[in-house]
Ligand binder design. Structure first.
Ligand SMILES: Nc1ncnc2c1ncn2[C@@H]1O[C@H](COP(=O)(O)OP(=O)(O)OP(=O)(O)O)[C@@H](O)[C@H]1O
Ligand SMILES: [Mg+2]
Length: 262
């Protein structure tokens, strides 16, 4: 049994609590994520998913509760964290290789080494030949791929991703999902990621957490009992997959209706 990588205790968050009517985004969340686990978080729009992810990676200090990575408070800053926000983009004035190598540059790694590592990562994710182009010269899916490998190049122990495949078409999504699964299979990082797409969560994750509507609590958790390595094109026809998809849709329905009416 693997140890816990990330631990959230009694998390509560209110935006603008100094004002009388602040927005209570998160009511109460306790969550443990195992070392090497791939955890997906799903929930209705506006329920607090991005808030929770930002709290997990230390970008937001919660108004209550505690976040620990490897047993240490996140505020210690000593963790290797990769983070892809919901709106992450590339820097338009930098070529793709130096965009991908940005984190290594901030770590102080020499130009030669960081560009070489960027070149290798780009080759692995189908971006070979585009190293010296600018972001506007790539397709939307290629740019997203570059954003993802920019987070992975530092080989973080734990990766937080907020709807990383959001605006992409189904073919690009599947290609990127395959890459994430391959990389995760090789490196065994811990991944926590948010998605609106229940089928995608089942395809990728070991476990899925469903958040209630705002102020969010954990409404349910599901273990994804599908064999690894998973073949993305095939696992969606597995009866276990279909059953779990139906169950999560049933559970999320009430949350969606209420959230939509707000
Ligand atoms: N910086 C902020 N200041 C004030 N309120 C905020 C802020 N960020 C988010 N909120 C509020 O907190 C609630 C949760 O927002 P959050 O972005 O976490 O939702 P989400 O589940 O990620 O939604 P989506 O699926 O649409 O991305 C919303 O009511 C939102 O208006
Ligand atoms: Mg969000």
């Amino acid at each position: 049994m693997k140890s816990n990588k990330l631990s959230l205790k009694n998390i509560h968050h209110v935006y603008g609590q100094e004002r009388q009517a602040g927005t209570e985004a998160i009511r109460h969340i306790d969550l443990e994520v195992r070392d090497g686990e791939l955890l997906a978080i799903v929930g209705a729009s506006g329920c607090g998913k991005s808030t929770l992810l930002n709290i997990m990676c230390g970008m937001i200090e919660p108004t209550g509760g505690e976040v620990k990575i490897d047993g240490e408070r996140i505020s210690s800053g000593s963790h290797r964290i990769g983070y892809i926000s919901q709106t992450d983009t590339l820097l338009p004035w930098r070529k793709i290789d130096s965009n991908v190598a940005l984190g290594l540059e901030l770590e102080g790694i020499s130009k030669r080494e960081r560009l070489e590592r960027a070149r290798q990562m780009m080759a692995l994710s189908g971006l070979k030949g585009f190293e010296k182009m600018y972001p506007h010269e790539l397709s939307g899916g290629m740019r997203k791929r570059a954003v993802i490998i920019r987070a992975l190049i530092q080989n973080p122990d734990i990766i937080f991703m907020d709807e990383p495949f959001g605006p992409l078409d189904v073919f690009t999504r599947e290609a990127l999902q395959k890459e994430i699964l391959k990389m995760w299979g090789e490196r065994k990082n811990t991944i926590v990621y948010i998605t609106h797409d229940i089928a995608e969560a089942i395809t990728l994750a070991d476990r899925i957490v469903l958040l209630s509507r705002r102020p969010s609590v954990i409404k349910n958790e599901y273990i994804v009992d599908l064999e690894r390595p998973r073949v993305i094109e095939e696992c969606k026809y597995n009866p276990k997959f279909l059953q779990l998809e139906k169950q999560i849709w049933n559970d999320i329905k009430d949350e969606l209706c209420d959230a939509d009416m707000e």
